[in-house]
Design a protein. Structure first.
Length: 98
């Protein structure tokens, strides 16, 4: 938990705040200024910074296969409809399918 759940900030404001905290990381005085602007403690800002960085790191280091992996459940009726559609669109490629 970052401590943002205890604030009156809207979800959009929390997202914007998290992005600002991470973007201003390392800028002299930015933590103090944001702490004053948002009325949050410095430890809360540092937790938000760490959590935001970790979430973005996890997102951008996922492999393409992991991002594309989906499970699709098809029943018999859907399967039959797709075969009929495929036959009507390109009948030459389905001669051995019947």
């Amino acid at each position: 938990m970052t401590g943002l759940h205890n604030t009156d900030l809207t979800t959009s404001q929390k997202i914007e705040f998290s992005a600002k905290v991470l973007a201003n990381q390392g800028l002299h005085g930015s933590v103090t200024q944001m702490s004053q602007d948002y009325g949050l403690s410095r430890p809360t800002l540092y937790r938000v910074q760490e959590n935001t960085a970790e979430i973005l790191f996890q997102h951008f280091t996922q492999t393409q296969e992991k991002l594309k992996a989906r499970t699709i459940t098809v029943d018999q009726v859907q399967l039959e409809r797709s075969i009929i559609l495929k036959k009507s669109v390109n009948p030459a490629s389905n001669q051995n399918l019947a």
